[in-house]
Design a protein around this ligand. Structure first.
Ligand SMILES: C[S@@+](CC[C@H](N)C(=O)[O-])C[C@H]1O[C@@H](n2cnc3c(N)ncnc32)[C@H](O)[C@@H]1O
Ligand SMILES: O=C(O)C(=O)C[C@]1(C(=O)O)C=C[C@@H](O)C=C1
Length: 241
């Protein structure tokens, strides 16, 4: 696995964070060292896929990057007529995702699409995964996407939504941010790497609060939802139709 050193040297000008070739090359290392509980979340997406699979259904991975959640779903689905649709608008990610999936054998077809998830139709879905991607959409587009997901799920269908979040209360927000930075330090990131990446993400990643997420899910129609994972300012929720 290639080590993430993208922000290791002082940068004269910090550009907005993009999922380009440079990021895609180091992404497994980057996400592992940056997102507390990432591995647990991926494993649990696998377990949930076993539980919520339904025959003759679609499974969506929206913002699939290299396909970690797709692979976790694919390993755990055993019912007939299942199809996975993995979508990302970064060509660097999609190219590598396709190659990555070919390295593992399976009878379940996966369609990897270079597209904007805001344009992706959701139909006959047993499961929709949005793993650390909603936070990159413009705020005004988030309600529409979650409503479309609700509409496209079959009865009993599951949405798995993982996000970085903020607290309105500054004191506890700062505490969670500091604990996350401690996590990054423990994983070998320097102060410079932490602060330069933070600046690069500032304009492109706008996390919501937990109540904003909960309200959005409810407004979309989900009457059954819960937070199942939280570590510092990272979380994962499930909502059942
Ligand atoms: C943090 S990564 C997701 C990680 C991945 N889901 C996983 O579990 O390993 C966010 C991804 O969302 C993609 N993305 C961001 N906005 C998007 C959009 N509007 N449409 C499609 N993909 C998008 C990025 O290209 C990036 O690959
Ligand atoms: O590194 C951070 O501080 C993050 O916010 C992590 C985060 C994410 O939450 O999606 C941001 C971008 C990277 O692609 C991987 C992870």
């Amino acid at each position: 696995m290639q080590k993430d050193a993208i922000f290791a040297e002082p940068l004269a000008h910090i550009q907005d964070f993009r999922f380009d070739d440079q990021v895609a090359d180091v992404f497994p290392d980057m996400i592992q060292r940056s997102v507390p509980g990432y591995q647990t979340i991926i494993q649990t997406i696998g377990k949930l896929s076993g539980r919520f699979q339904q025959p003759d259904s679609n499974y969506y991975d929206l913002g699939c990057s290299l396909g970690a959640a797709t692979l976790a779903m694919r390993r755990n689905i055993s019912v007939a007529n299942s199809r996975i649709i993995a979508v990302d608008n970064s060509s660097a990610m999609v190219e590598r995702c396709e190659r990555h999936l070919l390295a593992f054998r399976s009878d379940i077809p996966v369609e990897v699409k270079l597209a904007d998830i805001r344009q992706q139709p959701i139909e006959q879905a047993a499961i929709v995964v949005i793993n650390f991607t909603l936070q990159f959409l413009p705020k005004e587009d988030r309600n529409t996407l979650i409503s479309r997901v609700y509409q496209g799920l079959k009865p009993g269908g599951l949405l798995i939504l993982s996000e970085k979040f903020i607290n309105k209360d500054a004191q506890t927000n700062d505490l969670l941010v500091e604990l996350h930075h401690d996590f990054k330090r423990a994983n070998g990131y320097s102060e410079l790497e932490i602060s330069q990446k933070r600046s690069a993400l500032e304009n492109v990643m706008k996390p919501d609060t937990l109540p904003e997420h909960q309200q959005r899910l409810q407004q979309a129609g989900f009457t059954s939802q819960t937070l199942w994972f939280q570590c510092f300012n990272f979380c994962s929720m499930v909502a059942i139709k």
